[in-house]
Write a protein that binds this ligand. Structure first.
Ligand SMILES: [Mg+2]
Length: 316
């Protein structure tokens, strides 16, 4: 069902906030990934370093993969379409082949098996299924971390947003729980951009009955907290719980990102996931300006560049 909306100034700020929040969370968490630096009492800062030797303010694989989705959405593409998914896959494969320092194990295995000469979505989906069948699991947090831009491409249609979220997830993650997490988070971001409301359960009805019950219980756990309970968080379920627990336990984007990073383990990814929803709820202007100004990363973009792409993704 299509829902027309007007892109007023408040919504425009929240559209920009989705991608800036993702990038800020990612770059802020990068330096603390898997305990690579101690987190002082003053909270996280954009120190760079981490597992990929990043510059201060540089985003990591999370935002780069989100950019791949965003860049295609900014062409006006419908992310449910095979041609759009081919274009996303081509960007994923080109990035993976460039030898990034921080690509996830599962994502590297999936994308590395896609023919470089024909990087189609069908090949990626088949490769993701093969990895799942070989390893018995594929529920890492690597598709959830990049789902935020999907909401921007489908603000006018929650059903389309849900289907697109699942299809983009399937490019690298065969596990239905990864897809469920992407549907839930994408619909929460979509709702937040349109209304400014933080309603994480808005997408539960888009899931199958058994998945709906599973996720409702997991969200309850996240709200009971404390956030530190959700560590390790490489599994998509724990990563979503960590992000939501940090947001639920705090009242501002900066506090929530600090809480997300204080959980530890996969700090950049949990903070990137949290940042997408925080930016959608509070808007770009509510993110500390020093952090917004510093973010940059592959492929040679700034946070402002991402925000411009976000507006184009909405405008279609
Ligand atoms: Mg990362």
């Amino acid at each position: 069902m299509r829902v027309p909306f007007v892109l007023d100034a408040a919504r425009l700020d929240r559209v920009r906030g989705v991608v800036l929040g993702t990038a800020v969370g990612d770059a802020l968490g990068a330096g603390y990934e898997f305990g690579s630096a101690p987190l002082g009492p003053e909270g996280p800062e954009m120190i760079g370093g981490g597992l990929g030797g990043f510059a201060p303010g540089e985003w990591t694989d999370d935002t780069t993969m989100a950019w791949a989705v965003l860049d295609v959405a900014a062409t006006g593409a419908d992310l449910r379409d095979e041609a759009a998914l081919d274009a996303v896959t081509a960007r994923f494969v080109a990035w993976a082949a460039s030898g990034p320092p921080d690509i996830g194990i599962q994502t590297r295995a999936v994308l590395g098996a896609v023919p470089a000469g024909a990087p189609t979505a069908a090949a990626a989906v088949a490769s993701a299924r093969a990895v799942h069948e070989r390893t018995g699991r594929s529920g890492g947090n690597g598709s959830l971390m990049r789902t935020a831009p999907v909401a921007l491409a489908h603000l006018d249609d929650p059903g389309a947003a849900a289907l697109a979220a699942r299809r983009v997830s399937l490019l690298t993650h065969h596990d239905p729980q990864a897809g469920d997490a992407c549907v839930l988070w994408t619909l929460a971001i979509r709702h937040a951009v349109l209304t400014g409301e933080q309603v994480v359960r808005i997408g539960l009805d888009a899931l199958a009955a058994d998945a709906r019950a599973f996720w409702a219980a997991r969200l309850d756990e996240a709200e009971q907290g404390p956030p530190a309970r959700f560590r390790p968080n490489g599994w998509v379920v724990t990563a979503l719980q960590a992000a939501w627990s940090a947001i639920h336990a705090t009242t501002s984007p900066a506090e929530a990102l600090a809480a997300a990073i204080a959980i530890g383990d996969d700090t950049d990814t949990v903070a990137a996931i949290a940042g997408g929803l925080l930016g959608a709820v509070h808007g770009a202007e509510a993110l500390p300006s020093s952090w917004r100004a510093l973010v940059h990363g592959h492929p040679g973009l700034t946070g402002e560049d991402l925000a411009d792409l976000a507006v184009r993704a909405v405008a279609g």
